[in-house]
Design a protein around this ligand. Structure first.
Ligand SMILES: Nc1ncnc2c1ncn2[C@@H]1O[C@H](COP(=O)(O)OP(=O)(O)O)[C@@H](O)[C@H]1O
Ligand SMILES: CC(=O)N[C@@H](CCC(=O)OP(=O)(O)O)C(=O)O
Length: 288
């Protein structure tokens, strides 16, 4: 009897949560949300399944999710197996001709199809592409000392619009092509920011494996301004892989995205919590 009553209370709480989501569901109906799934946030098959369910639910309630994925740790292990050395400068991989082949193989092959399949297994209809498809992402060389690393120069959104109109979910591997036809390795965060800007996305969600951007004392900053980011980067508090994330957030806002959030992809249903409840799960960077 007691068990039955507590179960009823759980169901009532679930119904209340659903009911409270109504204003958020209305707010985001028809909105484009770009979600960057970092390699570190992919973790287990279970985490991937949960992420995929969130994405399918978003589509079901009229949101247009566009996924950009990373895969840094998986590229590292493939390079190691092939005995190719690799190093990062400012959160970006120094990329030579041999490395870019492995990057493309891992990102466009293994990871892209894993994300696509996870979404489709949950009843969604995802289509895997890279920045090379239909001239989506034309790049110039970032810093010559990084080799074949690209900075997106133009984003042609037509393919994404076609997919979205057909109610398909684009899943994008962060590779681009130079004007000369050279394949370029693009940091996943950088690619997501450029795509979010070009689509004038309502939100850019950067999913990673930390609770958010931490200050010098190690506390997560729930809100961050552009000047705080610049200061913390100069002081070395924001370092490594967090540099492209915060730079991307600022860049996306400058291009017209309303807000960017760096959030903890390890938290179950992180995307749903962020979009459809009061409980933010990371660091929010707003315009202004
Ligand atoms: N100030 C900071 N706050 C939080 N994380 C930071 C900070 N500075 C550096 N980092 C590092 O950035 C990492 C996230 O970047 P990265 O490893 O590239 O993630 P992903 O694979 O999800 O893109 C964190 O795991 C953390 O080690
Ligand atoms: C230029 C550059 O650094 N490219 C990244 C692309 C993958 C990526 O960004 O993966 P995460 O999101 O998991 O870090 C790389 O080669 O690792």
């Amino acid at each position: 009897m007691k068990k039955q009553m507590s179960q009823t209370r759980d169901w009532i709480a679930t119904a209340k949560t659903l009911s409270e989501a109504l204003p958020y569901l209305q707010r985001y109906e028809g909105a484009t949300i770009v979600i960057k799934l970092g390699g570190h946030a992919m973790g287990s098959d279970e985490a991937m399944e949960e992420f995929a369910r969130d994405i399918v639910l978003m589509r079901q309630v009229g949101v247009h999710p566009v996924i950009v994925h990373g895969g840094g740790p998986m590229i590292n292990s493939m390079l190691k197996r092939l005995d190719i050395q690799s190093e990062f400068v400012g959160g970006k991989r120094v990329t030579d001709a041999a490395t870019v082949e492995v990057v493309e193989m891992v990102l466009s092959g293994l990871i892209n199809k894993r994300v696509v399949q996870a979404i489709n297994d949950q009843g969604g209809r995802a289509v895997g592409i890279s920045g090379k498809d239909a001239g989506l992402m034309i790049c110039r060389q970032d810093d010559p000392s990084l080799g074949l690393v690209g900075t997106p120069e133009t984003i042609d959104t037509r393919l994404l619009e076609t997919l979205t109109t057909a109610e398909l979910i684009p899943v994008i591997a962060p590779l681009g092509v130079s004007r000369e036809g050279q394949t370029m390795n693009v940091n996943g965060d950088t690619a997501a920011g450029a795509i979010a800007g070009a689509l004038q996305a309502r939100r850019l969600l950067l999913l990673t494996d930390v609770a958010g951007v931490k200050n010098a004392a190690g506390d997560v900053m729930t809100e961050l301004t552009a000047s705080q980011i610049r200061e913390m980067t100069e002081e070395g508090v924001i370092a490594g892989g967090m540099i492209p994330k915060t730079e991307t957030a600022l860049d996306a806002l400058a291009r017209g995205v309303r807000a960017a959030v760096i959030l903890d992809g390890r938290v179950p249903n992180a995307c749903l919590l962020e979009l459809f409840t009061d409980h933010g799960v990371g660091s929010m960077i707003r315009r202004g």
